[in-house]
Design a protein around this ligand. Structure first.
Ligand code: CUA
Length: 314
């Protein structure tokens, strides 16, 4: 059923979480419209009806009117209470995750969303979920504050370092919904995007099985490539020479890099290792110190594999 302000809302893809929000959104907008139209009509009427008609028209002295003042205080009080209790019920609904919700872990970091599933499957900037099933996302940040927002589901939640937060939703239709980061988190904040991809329950099971059990191909170059993909390195470092927030990986191996302090460095194992663990130590000229340190996130073996992969990008 179409309502006056439907055009302002994205499609409702998760009625269990969105219905409260949408109902209240429409109520506030429609009530405000009625009040706006009423006040405007009264304003125009009074301006015409009581305009000054002759030079000896005199404004009477009015001190107050109890009846009128109580009326215009009590009616807005009730409207405010309605809006408050409606909003509070909606908030409780967003916080009360169904017991049978399917859990997926999401980690925000500058400037990507890393996702991991029960069987070890991992994705970057794609959250695969089963249709018609309540899904709970358990979220944390690796660096600064981010915020996880899916307009189609009307869910939004800050994502913090050193603490878990969560959202839940139940996508009713197969398809995709856009995820935004809605907390300013640095240079590439506006590109910190992801998609929720909704599968039929059986398709989801198949997808999960096919992607389960992380890595382990044994080939260091392949393993390094997978690490570069899963950690979102390409958000800032291209592999085809395109300029980005960080230096491109193309042809980087063995290169003399000019640094911001005027010195130069040869791109070798130790330089790459240092730049991953402590990115601020040597900044390449023309770039800013914006990368998150991967100390404690990537193991020595991971770094060795990434180095082997970087050597192959020519
Ligand atoms: Cu993450 Cu903005």
């Amino acid at each position: 059923m179409g309502r006056l302000f439907d055009f302002m809302l994205p499609e409702n893809m998760s009625p269990l979480t969105a219905d409260y929000t949408d109902g209240l959104f429409h109520f506030i907008n429609e009530a405000s419209t009625i009040v706006l139209v009423g006040i405007t009509i009264a304003l125009i009427y009074f301006a015409i009806r009581y305009r000054r008609k002759s030079s000896d028209d005199k404004t009477p002295v009015i001190t107050h009117n109890n009846k009128l003042e109580i009326t215009w205080s009590v009616i807005p009080l009730f409207i405010t209470l309605i809006i408050f209790s409606w909003g509070y019920k909606g908030w409780l609904n967003l916080k009360a995750v169904p017991d049978d919700a399917y859990e997926i872990h999401v980690t925000g970091f500058k400037w990507n969303w890393a996702v991991s599933y029960e069987n070890g499957a991992q994705t970057l900037n794609e959250i695969h979920v089963p249709q018609g099933t309540p899904v709970k996302l358990v979220m944390k940040s690796r660096d600064v504050l981010h915020s996880f927002f899916v307009p189609d589901y009307r869910v939004k939640q800050d994502v913090l370092p050193n603490r878990y937060t969560y959202v839940w939703f139940q996508a009713e239709e197969v398809g995709e919904s856009q995820v935004f980061c809605t907390e300013y988190c640095g240079t590439s904040h506006s590109n910190m995007l992801a998609k929720v991809i909704v599968h039929e329950p059986d398709d989801f099971k198949n997808w999960l099985e096919m992607n389960g059990g992380a890595g382990g191909s044994g080939d260091p170059v392949e393993a390094g490539k997978e690490l570069v993909n899963l950690n979102g390195c390409q958000a800032c470092h291209s592999v085809d020479g395109t300029p980005g927030i960080g230096p491109s990986f193309k042809g980087i191996w063995g290169k003399e890099e000019s640094l911001a302090d005027g010195s130069t460095v040869t791109v070798d194992e130790n330089y790459v290792r240092e730049s991953i663990l402590n990115p601020g130590a040597k900044i390449v000229a023309g770039h800013d110190n914006v990368m998150t340190p991967y100390e404690g996130i990537l193991s020595d073996e991971d770094i060795t594999n990434i180095i082997e992969y970087l050597k192959t990008i020519e």
